[in-house]
Design a protein around this ligand. Structure first.
Ligand code: NAD
Length: 538
């Protein structure tokens, strides 16, 4: 029986949701202690306490790791990694599949923790569970083929045998933000582990318990002790210490922090993937089904209370359908149920913190002061919760306003009118971000052609964001200031490996045979070049 199961049996507590925004009742001190034991921090370490968004009360003090703790965790991970890498991919996949099954069984626990720590609606917490479960199954099944040796033609065709093989990086660092504490903390760890690495994850100070819960569950699934460790503490100090010690870093967060991480990784000549911010556009073409487009826009704009890197903040409608679409969008916006509940009774939950509320409020206030019109929302809803903000639609937004091209990261959309597809494309491609985009149209071929001209790592057709992000076999990431590299699919696991070429000669050393004059060897080589060209070999 695991520590977690013992604790459960001791307390006799099943998962239950608190009726109010207070701490979920099953989250006993003993359970919290069973998660905190995964932190490599000293007993007398300083602590950080986050604020629970539903009631603005402190969650629990979580010990802060020091840079020395990070270095120690990397040393332990380095020692544990070779034995893990020696297992077959299939053996590693068994652990991941057991984790999958435990997760599906105990999903209520992690949904409660996610909601308690960052305030999103339960449906969006469930989407984190869904995404991680899909990633676990996908990579457990496909990792072996993604990582398989690749046979290539050698220097002397027929007389050489050449293969590219995949070697684990060693210790992979994963720095993740608070907005998807489970999906972004675990979804990259799974392919990194399957590729034979040890992983060191850095929890965001707002949401450490969610990630520690995941680590404890992975232990129940059979993952050895130091193969995946979690550190917690202030972002700059602990995040930078992590970059200073690991062999590769997968960072998800803001573009500003991404630049710091990239520069630090460059100084050590380690690789990095950077999943950064967006300012994602959605185009409604003249032939779109306007009800579908309005529903899709509301879903993608207000999902996760707008605190989603790929959510929609700019909506560009063709002038012929602008007025009708605006009406449909306002109806879809006003039908959003905003609430704080630990059940599925809310479409939109709380923002995560006072800082988020301040930022969203400041963006809207700046826009209104400079001439934007509020069509819906535009205000906080303290009667529902301390950090709740109404789903908001603005019109008459221009480039002088901070929210025009700056990421708001809240439930706020700016609506633009385009004269035609070219104009819509021009507006969509404004700014330096390039994460995700969307096109609504009944003409799939026309939408595809438009999609290829949008500068974004993913383009969704007739959906706002989920159809691309949910396709875990396809890469997901940003162009421009939205990042480097991709998660999901082949690139999402191969990035956690180095490519190694193993080339064997069947004729001894490749070069002139003993005693042959170099001129003769060169002449033969030139004849061979001409022949290969004629035969169109590579
Ligand atoms: P952030 O950059 O402030 O923090 C992200 C993580 O980095 C946290 O764990 C934080 O503690 C850590 N950190 C902070 N300073 C650091 C430093 N100097 N060195 C190393 N690590 C450091 O991001 P945030 O504002 O908390 O998160 C929201 C942002 O993340 C938004 O811009 C959002 O668009 C982006 N995001 C991107 C994706 C994606 O896949 N592209 C997904 C989710 C969120």
């Amino acid at each position: 029986m695991t520590a977690l199961q013992e604790t459960q049996q001791e307390t006799g507590q099943e998962t239950q949701q608190a009726a109010s925004g207070l701490r979920p009742t099953w989250v006993s001190d003993a359970r919290i202690a069973s998660w905190l034991r995964w932190l490599p921090a000293a007993d007398d370490a300083a602590t950080l306490t986050a604020t629970a968004p539903y009631d603005a009360r402190p969650t629990v003090p979580v010990p802060c790791c020091t840079p020395e703790d990070v270095a120690g965790a990397v040393t332990a991970a380095r020692a544990a990694q070779p034995a893990w890498a020696d297992l077959s991919v299939a053996a590693r996949a068994e652990v991941v599949l057991r984790f999958h099954d435990l997760l599906v069984e105990r999903q209520d626990e992690v949904m409660d923790l996610i909601q308690w720590e960052m305030g999103k609606a339960r449906f969006h917490a469930w989407q984190e569970v869904l995404q991680v479960a899909n990633i676990a199954r996908h990579y457990a099944k496909q990792a072996a083929s993604y990582l398989a040796d690749h046979k290539v033609r050698g220097a002397v065709p027929g007389l050489t045998r050449v293969r590219e093989v995949r070697v684990p990086r060693g210790v992979v660092g994963i720095i993740s933000p608070w907005n998807y504490p489970f999906y972004l903390g675990v979804g990259d760890a799974i392919p990194a582990l399957l590729a034979g690495n040890a992983v060191l994850g850095k929890a965001d100070p707002q949401t450490p318990l969610t990630l520690l819960w995941a680590r404890a569950l992975m232990a129940e699934a059979g993952l050895p002790e130091h193969v995946w460790s979690i550190v917690a503490g202030p972002g700059a100090e602990i995040g930078e210490a992590l970059v200073d010690h690991v062999d590769y870093v997968a960072f998800t967060g803001s573009t500003a922090t991404g630049r710091i991480v990239a520069q630090r990784a460059a100084g050590r000549l380690i690789g990095a993937s950077l999943e950064l911010g967006g300012k994602n556009p959605l185009i409604v073409r003249a032939d779109a089904d306007l009800e579908v487009a309005a529903r899709g826009t509301a879903l993608a704009a207000f999902a996760n209370t707008g605190q989603m890197c790929i959510h929609i903040e700019r909506v560009i409608a063709h002038t012929d359908v602008y007025d009708d679409f605006r009406e449909a969008l306002l109806a879809a916006t006003s039908s959003q149920k905003v609430a704080q509940t630990f059940d599925f009774g809310a479409d939109v939950g709380s923002l995560a913190s006072q800082a988020q509320l301040d930022k969203v409020g400041a963006h809207v206030a700046d826009a209104v002061a400079k001439g934007a019109t509020v069509l819906a929302g535009g205000r906080a809803l303290p009667e529902i919760g301390p950090y709740v903000y109404a789903p908001t639609v603005l019109e008459d937004v221009n480039e002088e306003m901070d929210l025009c091209l700056g990421e708001t990261f809240g439930p706020v959309i700016a609506l633009y009118r385009a004269t035609d597809d070219e104009d819509a494309l021009r507006i969509a491609n404004q700014g330096t971000a390039g994460l995700s985009a969307s096109v609504f149209s009944k003409d799939l071929k026309g939408a595809d052609a438009l999609a290829r001209r949008i500068r974004a790592g993913s383009v969704n057709i007739n959906d706002g964001a989920a159809v691309a992000a949910g396709s875990v076999e396809a890469g997901m990431g940003g162009m421009g200031d939205s990042g480097l590299g991709r998660r999901h699919g082949g690139e999402g696991i191969r990035k956690f490996t180095e490519s190694q070429t193993i080339a064997a000669s069947l004729i001894g050393p490749v070069g002139p045979p003993p005693g042959q004059a170099l001129e003769k060897f060169v002449a033969m080589g030139n004849k061979q070049l001409a022949l290969l060209r004629k035969l169109r070999v590579r």
